[in-house]
Design a protein. Structure first.
Length: 337
């Protein structure tokens, strides 16, 4: 029996807790962007995806990702089915218990599926989303994760892994291929299939920007665990990755705010929240339509005496839109972010 590295074990336990914070973080990030009516459904999509993928992972998902490979494309469905033989004191390449490594990777799988939900906000029922989550995890995520994360000998000494990890020798700490590119492509495909939202193109705004900002903060915290934990040890590699994660997010926040200031003349909370979480928002959810307040009597267009009814209505509507646009711009510009 290999010796368990207690320092690595403690480090990975902390990273798993940090990764778990990304679940409410993603739910709040998306939930604050949609209407009040849709916010609970939006947040439940995140928790539902985590729940169903977690069960699939134990049944056969871990085996599909880290089992002995079939041609470098998918792992054995039965080698670790039901997580058999993984609760003993086996270890991986860094002296980490296989059961803990499996839990760390399970959160990768669950969050990857959950972040696609941003593409279906206000356009998919919860039941349909759960069915989609099952099929996408099994048919897409598990095979692609095997390509990227399954290095030869990572779980057992004789195990053969995926073609990207061992053929291309790619080291994908942040899951750029299996998580971000994979989920982004899925979000685009789902958005195309579902079509435009019923209120696409209308004036809309987030119903609760503070929730979105809080979610972004939790995602930022989870990034340290996500990236640093991929080193599988509390060493120099993890330290460099965490520093990079911090500096890159700070720079991205300033870049977003600068672009907004130059383009629109003011900064926004949603823009600031987008910086720590660009990879978790492959298709930002549509947000609630904002109803304009009634214009003041002086702002209403007087009915011309020599005009048709349709011309009068058109002139009135044009004046109302102009008044609402000007008042909204002024309010947003003066409001604190």
């Amino acid at each position: 029996m290999d010796v368990v590295d207690t320092g690595t074990t403690a480090f990975m336990l902390c990273c798993i807790i940090g990764l778990t914070l990304m679940i409410p973080g993603l739910a709040l990030f998306y939930g604050g962007m949609v209407s009040v009516k849709s916010s609970t459904n939006m947040m439940m999509m995140t928790f539902g995806a985590v729940a169903v993928v977690g069960v699939l992972w134990v049944l056969f998902g871990f085996s599909m990702v880290f089992g002995t490979s079939y041609g470098g494309f998918v792992g054995s469905f039965t080698e670790f089915a039901g997580m058999k033989d993984l609760l003993e004191s086996q270890t991986t390449i860094s002296g980490l218990q296989v059961s803990l490594f499996a839990l760390f990777q399970a959160l990768f799988a669950a969050i990857t599926v959950a972040l696609i939900s941003g593409a279906v906000a206000d356009r998919m029922k919860f039941g349909a989303w759960m069915v989609f989550a099952v099929f996408w995890a099994v048919l897409v995520y598990f095979p692609v994760a095997h390509w990227v994360f399954a290095f030869d000998g990572v779980v057992t000494k004789d195990s053969v892994g995926g073609w990207i990890a061992n053929g291309l020798k790619a080291i994908d700490f942040a899951g750029g291929t299996a998580v971000h590119i994979n989920a982004g492509a899925a979000a685009l495909a789902v958005a195309i299939v579902l079509g435009k939202s019923a209120i696409f193109g209308q004036l809309r705004k987030p119903h609760n920007v503070p929730l979105t900002l809080l979610g972004a903060g939790l995602l930022w915290a989870g990034w340290y665990a996500f990236n640093g934990g991929s080193a599988l040890a509390a060493g120099n590699s993890a330290a460099i990755v965490m520093v990079t994660t911090f500096v890159a997010t700070c720079a991205a926040t300033l870049a977003w705010l600068a672009v907004e200031k130059i383009k629109d003349g003011h900064v926004t909370g949603v823009g600031a929240a987008s910086a720590p979480s660009p990879a978790w928002s492959p298709s930002p959810p549509p947000v609630v339509r904002s109803r304009p307040s009634a214009p003041s009597p002086s702002a209403r267009s007087p009915a011309p005496s020599a005009s048709t009814p349709s011309a009068s209505r058109s002139a009135s509507a044009t004046t109302t839109r102009s008044t609402w646009s000007a008042s909204t711009s002024s309010a947003v510009s003066s409001a604190p972010c």
